[in-house]
Ligand binder design. Sequence first.
Ligand code: HAM
Length: 420
Amino acid sequence: MSTFKAPKGTYDLTPPDSAIYLAVREAIAAPLKRSGYGYIETPGFEQVELFSRGVGESTDIVSKEMYTLTTRGGDELALRPEGTASVLRAALEANLHKAGNLPVKLWYSGSYYRYERPQAGRYRHFSQVGAEAIGTEDPALDAELIILAVDAYRSLGLKDFRLLLNSLGDKECRPAYREALQGFLRGLDLDEDTRRRIEINPLRVLDDKREAVQKQLVGAPMLRDHLCEACKAYHEEVRALLTAAGVAFVDDEKLVRGLDYYTRTTFEFVHGGLGSQSAVGGGGRYDGLSEMIGGPALPSVGWALGVDRTVLALKAEGIELDLPAATRVYAVPLGEEARKVVFGLVTELRRAGVATDFAFGGKGLKNAMKSANRSGARFALVAGERDLAEGVVQLKDLESGEQTGVALDAVVRELLAKQG
Ligand code: HAM
């Protein structure tokens, strides 16, 4: 071990487990790639103000959890705590919304940073795959995104997840509801912090996990009863489209989410095997965000799925992904002359598409065969001077133990054929 450790709240991805993370990212991205979403990558840091304006000054993410820094040049930057504000900023900067083809559909995959209290499933560095559809107000777009997330989870074999769905209303109906809720909340027996929250973001109080608070919330006005006709109709259509697609959901009128930009559709995917950090993904519509960060009106919707928690969910359900073996063939030369020929064969096999590794470091046969077994390879390709003089290599099936001589010029063909 070195003197150093991964910083608190972070962990390294190392083989073989790292392959699961790659596979999860690919599985989440696959439905997006076949649905018109283009790949976008943005910097790991942005101006602090993008997040304080976009995600919201009063949210935990901005007020308590951002990693901020001042550069030598005096710029105030923050490591990105989430992807939506960055992606929208980038889309506006590149004028993607002016190319005449709305919605602009984008997907991304990367690292995010939140200074949270670390616990199982909650880290200070974590990874998300996300999708944003920018510039169109259409319930079918909300439904599309939700269906694509469900398809991603299903393709991984996950079963024990639920979709929680809510509507947060819009700028027509939410202000009046906010006032009604504030009126109700001000009459309750709550601590200082919560009383402050009533004035800044009363909807967040509904989300308070403490039992003493939840008890008092019985009878609180619910947004569902205050939605304007347009929001109601919009929400009904999202629900109907999901039902038609065979996607089950739970109406959760208390689902608020921890970011301020949401309007109308909001949703969260929760998994039954994860304890308190049960949200494996979440998202919603953010019709006002573009204007909040200085852009034109661009109604948009998106989600981000947590890769770390999806991997935990797979473990909780005992799902082992069917990952291709990192190494198919392990090549073992016996002697200096054989080394050159076998190394050449390794390159040939790799170029032909056969995952091949080589016994580096001049290992003896016994050690090399141990390495072959540990590598997970199906075949060991062994050749000494005598084999090569006869123009063959020995191919050992490490599962059956069977060994056959194969002509040098047939090795690539033979192994490709065995790959199917
Ligand atoms: P979020 O709900 O903050 O939404 O994060 C999405 C997912 O990221 C969570 O459901 C969770 O799986 C994962 N996640 C968040 N924080 C942590 C953490 N500290 N440790 C491990 N996993 C974590 C957003 O970030 C929005 N940008 C989603 C969105 C996209 N809304 C519209 N478009």
